[in-house]
Design a binder for this molecule. Structure first.
Ligand code: NAD
Ligand code: GLY
Length: 373
């Protein structure tokens, strides 16, 4: 079964690209690449883990289509989403004499996708780029919407661009080799979509995603192919609708950061070790619910059902004891999201609805943080 989600961005020239979601797509990746670019030659960027699992399948497909290719194999890990990797990739593209009509392909999770996308955005002022995401997080979030970046030693994702791919090819069979922990990183983002669903303005589809997630847990953890395909397609449709309204995060797109204000601070204070992005976002989502309750924005029932959903998916993580509230507050105040010394929060205001707030008192934030240990 294949689902195709269309992303449309009305910025002068219409940028539109498909997200193709289905089973066993990697074996035809060459054909998809051929159909979505004019590339004579492609550079496939991946990492050691993903290459050992899926490199051969992609190679065979490229051979079948007689597409000239080379692979660049990164070390595995967030720390390689850096300026050194970027330079090595520019060098590789130059040595291969890739031309504007050629293409760069990201095969892997969000780290590979973000880095490769930034290389594609900057090499020869922009070359065709295709995302082949292989983690749940990348299939529901990072491969869609064109945010590409590398980390700087002063912070995460500080050097980046908005650069849309020509195609996103999501083979759901690749999820079968993910560890449960990596699957749960993606599930934290999936649950996020439930809490922001109505604010995405995808009005023609009334999915009630929270309800869907409450009933489909077993199928999701079993990676039932039809359920995963439906779930990934719906998350992509929600994100595509937000990006269509606000590609460059001038307003609405901020809602995609629901749970990330506290989440990013937790990740930063743990030096991006011992606690992963999904765990930090899950903590941040709980924090957002507590803050919203503290500001009387939501009823207790809604908060409790949200906390239950987080529990149901095994995402009830705690802030590690060694991180102090003071450090978390400092991290939040130094974040990109701070305006006039007020931390910006996306908070629930109704079931599936959120709004953006710059007026949360520091005392409320601190009292909520205490509940998250
Ligand atoms: P990741 O790319 O590091 O992948 C997680 C781990 O899974 C890695 O060890 C990877 O080698 C392994 N892996 C990948 N595919 C696999 C597979 N099919 N089977 C087995 N193992 C596999 O991390 P991620 O969670 O995919 O992405 C995180 C990154 O995404 C962060 O850098 C974050 O900043 C970025 N991000 C970007 C956006 C965006 O909009 N651009 C959104 C969210 C997150
Ligand atoms: N992951 C947040 C965004 O794409 O805007």
């Amino acid at each position: 079964m294949i689902e195709t989600v269309k992303v449309e961005i009305p910025t002068g020239e219409i940028k539109e690209y498909p997200i193709i979601i289905g089973e066993n797509l990697l074996k035809d990746s060459g054909t998809f690449i051929k159909n979505h670019t004019k590339a004579q030659k492609v550079l496939v960027v991946t990492n050691k883990t993903v290459y050992s699992l899926y490199g051969e399948t992609v190679k065979e497909s490229l051979n079948k289509e007689s597409i000239e290719y080379d692979f660049f194999i990164l070390e595995d890990g967030e720390k390689y989403k850096n300026i050194e990797s970027l330079e090595a990739l520019w060098q590789k593209a130059l040595e291969l004499k890739l031309e504007r009509k050629d293409a760069i392909i990201a095969l892997g999770g969000g780290v590979t996708g973000d880095l490769t996308g930034f290389v594609a955005a900057t090499y020869l002022r922009g070359i065709d780029f295709i995302q082949i995401p292989t983690t749940l997080l990348a299939q529901v979030d990072s491969s869609v919407g064109g945010k590409v970046a590398v980390n700087h030693k002063l912070g995460k994702n500080l050097i980046g661009a908005f650069y849309q791919p020509k195609l996103v090819l999501s083979d759901i069979n690749t999820l079968s080799t993910l560890s449960v922990e990596e699957l749960k990183v993606g599930l934290a983002e999936v649950i996020k979509y439930g809490f922001i669903e109505k604010s995405c303005n995808l009005l023609e589809l009334n999915f009630n995603f929270i309800n869907y997630l409450e009933t489909k847990k077993d199928k999701i953890f079993a990676l039932d192919l039809q359920t995963m395909s439906e779930l990934i397609a719906y998350c992509c449709k929600l994100k595509a609708r937000v990006v269509k309204q606000d590609e460059k995060e001038a307003g609405l797109r901020v809602i995609l950061n629901f749970g990330h204000t506290i989440g990013h601070a937790v990740e930063k204070c743990s030096n991006y070790e011992n606690i992963n992005h999904g765990q930090a976002v899950a903590i941040g989502i709980k924090g957002a619910f507590y803050i919203a309750k503290g500001k009387n924005l939501i009823k207790e029932d809604y908060m409790n059902s949200a906390l239950n959903l987080i529990d149901l998916y095994g995402l009830n993580y705690k802030i590690p004891a060694k991180i102090s509230i003071e450090n978390l507050m400092d991290a939040m105040l130094l974040d990109k999201k701070v305006e006039s010394k007020r931390v910006r929060f996306v908070l629930p205001v109704n079931e599936g609805e959120v709004a953006i707030f710059n007026d949360v008192e520091n005392s409320l934030i601190e009292s909520v943080l205490k509940k998250l240990y």
